[in-house]
Design a protein around this ligand. Structure first.
Ligand code: GDP
Length: 393
């Protein structure tokens, strides 16, 4: 698939940057167009791979932002993006839409710029293009507290209703306790980028070897066509990439050796798909609640096995309790790895989303209570006990 990828806010831009890094490291060709949109000038200077002329600063003339961000205020994030909508539209002027199959908007939902601005960007893209617009949203960790949970729960509603499909990533599930938050983010962003790019770049290969069961963009679009919230699983294993030579020798070997080799390839593929499905998902979910599923097997074609793919498909049909399961391959002749990326589309049982909503409701009540008593408390503070004093003017 070919994508136009847009990072909104700090987390969104960092994740898009890591997607570009993974693409360049693995010789893939997914993001045809990229943009970073942010209200904070300093954050826009951070990416290593997003070209400078693709970074859009919004809200620099807004009194509350002034180029320094929106301080985690989701309302201001949305307001600033709406006010600068023409600038955002202009940034897409040269996006040759016939070059892309879909658009992806990436944001952290716990902050202000991505959480508030993301849905405004999505509305604009949905108006401008007929291609599907997908969202990738990061759910804040519980440890971040009530305000990010409230931003995320509200923004999630906007994202999911506006996009064609929403892929979730849960910081809580991916946090490693022994790391600092920044180190943790770096690692999470790389893990997420590997999953997204392995999955979505299927079909975009320069490999001259035509795959028998090649996955292409229409398969991915069909799987995401359910709407709702989706999650990705992933597993990879190192392979001996002299396999190319091995493949040639195999042709000369006996029938028996060939079938043994075929058998072990099939077992390897089945095992890898199982591992991917049972791995830590980008957002933990009940697998059987998925509406559709798709598996991309990516690696040297000599590792593929039709039998392995078929039995992996049958196994996943049972696990996900759906007949809508596609398994296909994505040949990467030079890859030292065989990887399986599994998309579980429209998972309806995701406990972390319920937790965030509960945390958000508590936070909203607390904020309302505090607002109600704030004026009274200030008044009490500045008034003397018997109210004998008067203000100067
Ligand atoms: P914004 O710039 O106002 O949109 O805010 P940020 O993107 O800085 O932060 C929004 C939320 O994204 C935070 O509450 C965190 O949950 C999350 N976050 C921030 N940076 C990262 C990152 O690099 N990786 C991940 N996975 N999450 C992040």
């Amino acid at each position: 698939m070919k994508l136009a990828t847009i990072g909104v806010g700090n987390a969104g831009s960092k994740i898009v940057d890591r997607m570009l890094e993974f693409e360049s490291q693995t010789d893939r060709n997914l993001c045809q167009h990229v943009h970073a949109i942010n209200t904070a000038r300093t954050d826009l200077a951070k990416p290593d791979y997003i070209p400078e002329d693709r970074r859009v600063l919004i809200g620099d003339t807004n009194q509350k932002a002034k180029g320094h961000g929106v301080g985690g205020d989701v309302e201001v994030g949305a307001e600033v993006a709406k006010a600068d909508i023409e600038e955002i539209r202009r940034a897409f002027d040269d996006v040759e839409i016939h070059e892309v199959d879909a658009l992806l908007v990436v944001a952290g939902l716990g902050g202000g710029s991505g959480s508030g601005g993301g849905p405004v960007v999505i509305d604009t893209l949905q108006e401008m293009y007929d291609e599907p617009v997908y969202g990738l949203g990061v759910l804040p960790g519980k440890y971040e507290g009530g305000r990010p949970a409230l931003n995320a729960a509200r923004s999630l509603q906007s994202f999911v209703t506006k996009v064609d499909n929403f892929i979730g990533f849960d910081n809580d599930a991916w946090r490693a306790r022994e790391q600092t938050i920044e180190e943790g983010y770096e690692q999470m962003n790389r893990e997420l980028a590997a999953r997204l790019v392995t999955l979505l770049a299927a079909g975009e290969t320069d490999d001259s070897e035509v795959a028998e069961n090649a996955m292409d963009s229409s398969d991915i679009i069909r799987t995401l066509d359910t709407g709702g919230v989706s999650t990705i699983g992933y597993a990879a294993t190192e392979v001996d990439n002299d396999a190319a030579t091995g493949g040639l020798l195999d042709r000369w070997s006996t029938d028996r050796a060939e079938s043994a080799d075929e058998g072990s390839k099939a077992t390897k593929i089945q095992g890898l798909v199982r591992r991917a499905v049972n791995s830590r998902l980008t957002v933990p979910a009940e697998i059987s609640s998925a509406d559709r599923a798709l598996v991309v097997l990516s690696g040297p074609p000599s590792e593929f096995s039709r039998k392995g793919i078929e039995s992996a498909r049958q196994w996943l049909e049972q696990e996900a309790d759906t007949v809508e399961v596609l398994v296909g391959d994505d040949p990467r002749g030079k890859s030292p790895q065989l990887a399986a990326a599994v998309l579980l589309s429209n998972v309806t049982e995701t406990p972390r989303i319920n937790e965030i909503q509960n945390q958000a409701v508590d936070a909203q009540e607390k904020i309302a209570e505090q607002e109600a008593v704030r004026e009274e408390e200030i008044n009490d503070l500045i008034t003397d006990e018997n109210n004998d004093l008067d203000p100067v003017v």
